[in-house]
Design a protein. Structure first.
Lengths: 383, 190, 262
């Protein structure tokens, strides 16, 4: 058979089968007599029922220790609320649970999740939820739409382990996400994850305000900036300074820390880095396998996540940043991890005061602070 | 009284529940309808025989109802098939099947009769058409969404609704080729 | 010269006929929305990209609490304690103080809310009117203060989005405080959502990402559905809202206004 003829027949076959498909299956082409045979995926037996522990960032619910799948009840309410985005700057956030990011949901591989989503009566718009952990059309979004003052319940099996983003997917999706409707859901693998001393929940995102960064008062959403991907704010956990000062993350020397890092976007990819530390292990893109070790900066895609672990060798102040630096230093993508404990001068120390470089003899001698021989063994961030 | 009694007896006999039914009390068609009954919402219909019909005509026995249209060559035959399936699986005698046209303008009684013939629908099937307002009201009560499209088709939700003897909604089955089990179970429990 | 004057007068008198049908004075409280074409947000493959809307009368403002009170006085079956759950879910008129008392949360001239589609329709029928269709409503709502189609105007769009940037006020403000659009109709934006007669036609799934192929098992969609203008965020929001409604629902920020054939 000549090649052109073969291609023609192939094309005709495809076209014809397409026609037949639409005739016999009609609009319901995805659903037909040969309904999906579930035996292809073996689902573990469900035993018992429990109410999920939900936490606000940066807290993470406790490790799940049960060894079987169960029915987990999750309740979330979507709330539109004006809160501070920065000192003196207010924004009407659209939220899961009243805060940005939404609560951290922790379930176990195989769990049957019964999810009840309610929309506060004083909301202006409808909301729903798309959980990236859900296998199926829209991740639950199509069946979870609720208008203000209503609620709905749907169920899904968490068949794939990993760290997933969830977010509102009501039209227009960009607006709902830009206003703060996202969070993380961890589907713990059946075999569990290696134990660590501390876990934290960190979620990066951007905000597009009509006023420039720092302009006070209630700020409106700016569609043009969002479309152009030029945010005024890039922050961790929903506001400038959410992880600083009294709200800084805290740990101790010698502990292993695991960060569940999400990126709600809506637009930017994060170059996540902790100044002064390396990630001993990275579960790239929030998957279930450590796919890299000794990493300085890892990518967290918009609508994605990463899990990083590191042993804290020395005390001090470690800074979480998006290493796209102007976001960190000019738009708010900065957080602090305060590590307390015994100093470790053998890890890092200064070996003497600053001195002039060789060959600068003609320059006037620097006003040398002779009495201030600061050979202190502090681990200042020298970056 | 002597005139009324035979009529009453006739009415009772006509509405007697099928043998083997759980409730020994025959259905009383004169009892007030419960609030949840769709039959309590005023509407006027016409059957494919061209006769006037009312939803309350179906009182006394459960009903599987769906909204389709004669020109729909794609999903609607599947809805009919799915309705039959529920009936087969449930195995409940006396089940009524009702199809209401979403397109009363084009679906004349003649068109509906042709649809009946081409799908081989027996006496237990009733095909109805009505005024646009009544179609809209019924669709709203059933939660059926529909939208006429410029190419002459009507995009619509694929939904089969089970009504009890009083015309109240018992259960809904959505989609095409859906497992008839839950609907059949609900039907058997009536 | 006289001939010229006569010709001029005849010409001027004939102008309305040239401009389009002459309509009688609009019924009280309503404005004439002239026939025209508009491009709906939701497109269907193979369908026309514009829809023609015939001239119709539209309420200048939404129906108020006071107006609805008159209705339930006349129609006891629609009073709060009597309304059938089949036709209006729990929460029907919850902001009123009683069956026939408005109370502080329901100012008389504020738009009536917490009413279902069945209730709105019943009110319209009582008034000898009807609800506007979605096309009629969207067509009228695309008008700004100066243009029949203000949707390309970034300032118009921005003003619409402002509404969503603020938490909803409680109680709701009076109707008629917003600027009139080119048709003389107020508050189509910025006050409450509004029922339309064919709200049950909102078929695209609420998940706008998949609007290209609606959940095909649940919806027999006659072809791909796309959005005409992805940046028309306000229309998207309204569309999303309608998709989530059932006819018996009541929502604290959902009211309605009347329409009549012209």
């Amino acid at each position: 058979m000549t090649r052109p003829l073969r291609l023609f027949l192939l094309g005709a076959c495809v076209a014809l089968s397409g026609v037949i498909a639409t005739q016999t299956l009609g609009c319901g082409s995805a659903v037909d007599d040969a309904r999906a045979d579930d035996s292809a995926i073996s689902l573990p037996e469900i035993r018992g029922e429990e109410v999920a522990v939900l936490t606000h960032a940066p807290e993470v619910p406790p490790v799940i220790t049960r060894d079987h799948a169960t029915r987990v009840l999750v309740r979330m309410e979507t709330v539109e609320v004006a809160r501070e985005l920065d000192d003196g700057v207010e924004y009407t956030f659209w939220t899961f649970g009243g805060r940005v990011p939404g609560p951290f949901v922790r379930v176990r591989e195989g769990d049957l999740v019964a999810f009840t989503l309610s929309n506060a009566a004083n909301s202006t718009v409808p909301h729903n939820i798309d959980l990236h952990a859900v296998t199926g059309t829209g991740g639950g979004a199509a069946i979870s739409l609720v208008v203000p003052g209503h609620e709905t319940t749907f169920e899904f099996r968490a068949i794939k382990p990993g760290l997933y983003v969830y977010h509102c997917a009501t039209a227009p999706v960009g607006l709902h996400v830009a206003n703060g409707m996202y969070g993380l859901i961890l589907v713990q693998p059946a075999e569990g994850m290696p134990p660590v001393d501390r876990e934290f929940y960190v979620m990066q995102s951007e905000f597009y305000t009509a006023g420039a960064m720092g302009e006070e008062g209630l700020q409106a959403f700016d569609l043009d900036k969002a479309v152009d991907e030029e945010p005024e704010y890039v922050v961790f956990n929903g506001r400038v300074g959410a992880l600083t000062g009294e709200d800084a993350l805290r740990a101790e020397v010698g502990e292993t820390v695991r960060l569940y890092v999400g990126n709600g976007g809506p637009n930017l990819t994060s170059s996540f880095h902790v100044i002064g530390e390396m990630f001993d292990r990275v579960y790239g893109e929030g998957g279930t396998r450590v796919n890299q070790e000794n990493v300085q900066t890892t990518i967290v895609p918009a609508g994605g996540s990463a899990i990083v672990e590191f042993l804290l060798d020395a005390p001090g102040r470690y800074t979480l940043v998006d290493h796209a630096l102007f976001r960190a230093f000019n738009k708010g993508a900065v957080g602090i991890l305060e590590v307390t404990g015994e100093e470790r001068p053998e890890i890092m120390a200064s070996t003497g005061p600053a001195r002039p470089t060789a060959g600068a003899a003609s320059a006037p001698p620097a006003a040398s602070p002779a009495g201030d021989a600061s050979a202190s063994a502090s681990t200042d961030e020298s970056h | 009284m002597t005139r009324v009694l035979p009529l009453l007896l006739l009415a009772l006999a006509a509405c007697a529940t099928p043998p083997g039914a759980d409730d020994a009390v025959p259905y009383d068609p004169t009892a007030p309808l419960p609030e949840a009954s769709l039959y309590g919402v005023a509407s006027a219909w016409q059957s494919d025989a061209g006769e006037p019909a009312a939803l309350a005509d179906f009182r006394g026995r459960p009903v599987l109802v769906a909204m389709v249209y004669a020109q729909c060559g794609t999903a609607c035959p599947f809805i009919v098939r799915d309705m039959r399936r529920i009936g087969e699986v449930a195995g409940v005698p006396g089940l009524q099947y009702v199809l209401v046209s979403l397109d009363p303008e084009r679906d004349s009684p003649e068109q509906l009769r042709a649809f009946r013939a081409s799908h081989d629908l027996g006496d237990e099937w009733t095909l109805l058409r009505g005024e646009a307002d009544d179609v809209q009201t019924l669709a709203a009560l059933l939660g059926v969404r529909y939208r006429p499209d410029p190419d002459g088709t009507i995009a619509h939700t694929n939904r089969i609704t089970l009504l009890d003897a009083d015309g109240a909604i018992v259960v809904r089955q959505d989609g095409l080729g859906t497992d008839p089990g839950p609907a059949a179970d609900a039907l058997r429990s009536l | 010269m006289r001939c010229l004057l006569v010709a001029l007068l005849v010409g001027v008198a004939g102008l309305p006929a040239l401009a389009g049908a002459v309509h009688a004075t609009p019924p009280e409280g309503m404005a004439l929305v002239r026939a025209g074409r508009y491009r709906p947000l939701v497109e269907t493959a193979g369908g026309p990209r514009t829809v023609r809307v015939e001239a119709f009368y539209l309420g200048r403002t939404a129906v108020t609490n006071a107006e609805y009170l008159a209705f339930v006085r006349a129609r006891p079956e629609w009073r709060r304690s009597a309304a059938r759950p089949l036709l209006a879910e729990a929460g029907y008129l919850r902001h009123w103080a009683g069956n026939l008392r408005l109370g502080a949360a329901a100012p008389p001239r504020a738009p009536v809310v917490n009413v279902s589609w069945f209730a709105a329709r019943a009110y319209a029928a009582w008034r000898g009117a009807r609800l506007p269709t979605t096309d009629e409503w969207e067509y009228a709502a695309s008008a700004s203060a100066t243009q029949r189609d203000g949707r390309r105007d970034p300032a118009f769009r921005r003003a619409l989005l402002q509404w969503y940037s603020r938490p909803a006020p409680s109680p709701l403000p009076d109707v008629g405080r917003g600027p009139a659009n080119v048709w003389g109709v107020r508050d189509l934006h910025g006050l409450v959502w509004e029922w339309t007669s064919d709200v049950t036609s909102a078929l695209v799934t609420a998940d706008s990402r998949s609007s290209r192929d609606a959940d095909s098992g649940l919806f027999c969609a006659a072809g791909a559905v796309g959005a005409a203008d992805f940046e028309d965020y306000a229309a998207f929001l309204r569309f999303g809202f309608r998709s989530g409604l059932e006819a018996r629902y009541v929502v604290p920020n959902l009211g309605f206004r009347l329409a009549r054939d012209a």
